[in-house]
Design a protein. Structure first.
Length: 149
């Protein structure tokens, strides 16, 4: 990967971290997501499972819905999803159905991440970049859970 792409990935992941912090402030699990199309953020979201009383209201799901609405269609073929934590299997399935072409995530999810449970859930042509600003993404999660436990 070239230096320009690395810088872009870090830039957009920092935008996802802003969303994760908003989630933490709302006592939600601090996961944030942004979807980028043609170098432009078309949706931003964070977990809303507590707020909406909805187990499916993960950051990725909220971002996909918003991006599809913004683009006026259900397929997000030319989009990149940036998310602070590795998607779960539910989100990976939705990412696959939306045909998102690239997924970039920060921290792995050792317990519920899709790579362990359903590694083929994404669209077959999708590419994945893991570990972008991983330490910061992991830290916000660890700090959150230290406070609530």
């Amino acid at each position: 990967m070239n230096e320009d792409q690395i810088k872009k990935d870090e830039f957009y992941m920092r935008k996802a971290l802003v969303e994760a912090r908003l989630a933490a402030e709302a006592n939600e699990i601090p996961i944030g997501a942004v979807i980028v199309c043609n170098d432009r953020i078309i949706s931003r979201a964070h977990n809303l499972t507590e707020t909406l009383h909805d187990v499916t209201a993960h950051a990725e799901m909220q971002a996909i819905t918003s991006a599809a609405d913004m683009l006026g269609g259900k397929y997000l073929c030319d989009c990149t999803l940036y998310v602070t934590v590795e998607p779960c299997t539910m989100c990976a399935g939705a990412i696959g159905w939306a045909q998102i072409s690239r997924v970039v995530y920060g921290a792995p999810d050792e317990k519920r991440g899709y790579t362990k449970i359903a590694p083929k859930a994404l669209h077959p042509k999708a590419t994945v970049t893991a570990g972008v600003i991983e330490d910061e993404c992991r830290e916000i999660m660890q700090n959150f859970f230290m406070k609530v436990r």
